[in-house]
Design a binder for this molecule. Structure first.
Ligand SMILES: *Cc1c(COP(=O)(O)O)cnc(C)c1O
Length: 226
């Protein structure tokens, strides 16, 4: 298999820049997170060579292997998958961002385990925006209290909110949960909250329309996962 990662990278960047223009977002206000889960370190290295710096991973052991293999590259690693309490130390030690904080206990462990010689860990709270029983994330009813508590933890830096909406039938329906997440970020009104982590390969334009500052893109960059 010979994927032209540089061409896919340019196509995704063009989608983001086009959506920024179409929805009156400032140029370069949306950051691309390349979701490399299940794809080999060699694919990450090719995308890095094309200019990508931020990479997202879901599975801790797979991520640690890639981070070690690519240590010579100047990359920023984001953890975006479900978090087991016994994996927080590895995450606190090896990542710059965590997008999938969904319980106070996890935030407290990451805060306690973040090494003193690293900057505070950037955090997004995951919100179960469509109230799906099978999905991770805080319920909207508990979000305000959780955000205020997490914002006080000194080794974390609460940056914003993340969501993975249920699949939607059309563009207007895709926009609705993203709009709610944007409204929550505004309503929380906490200093330093500058991130809306929302939008994937199939709905990035709807997310940009509603204020995404970071889109998490896997399939459109790396091809389908096995
Ligand atoms: C896998 C994954 C993505 C990427 O999804 P694509 O549809 O492949 O772009 C984004 N966010 C999270 C949390 C994921 O687990």
């Amino acid at each position: 298999m010979n994927i032209d990662f540089a061409a896919r990278f340019q196509t995704v960047l063009a989608r983001i820049r086009t959506a920024e223009r179409q929805f009156q977002r400032p140029p370069h206000s949306v950051r691309l997170l390349a979701v490399s889960k299940t794809h080999p370190a060699s694919a990450v290295a090719e995308l890095a060579a094309a200019g990508q710096r931020d990479f997202g991973e879901n599975y801790i052991q797979e991520a640690l292997d890639k981070i070690a293999e690519l240590a010579a590259l100047d990359l920023e690693w984001h953890f975006i998958g479900p978090i087991q309490a016994n994996k927080t130390r590895s995450i606190a030690e090896h990542f710059a961002w965590v997008h999938s904080v969904d319980r106070l206990k996890i935030a407290e462990r990451l805060n306690a385990q973040r090494p003193a010689d690293l900057p505070p860990l950037n955090i997004c709270l995951e919100v179960n925006i469509d109230r799906e029983p099978s999905k991770h994330g805080f319920d909207e009813s508990e979000l305000a209290d959780m955000a205020r508590t997490v914002a006080t933890l000194p080794r974390l830096r609460l940056r914003g909110l993340m969501a993975i909406p249920a699949p939607a039938a059309d563009f207007a329906a895709q926009r609705q949960p993203f709009a709610r997440l944007r409204e929550w970020k505004e309503r929380l009104n906490i200093a330093g909250l500058d991130t809306l982590s929302m939008g994937m390969s199939d709905d990035l334009e709807a997310a940009v329309a509603e204020g995404a500052t970071l889109v998490r893109i896997g399939t459109a960059l790396f091809g389908p996962r096995a």
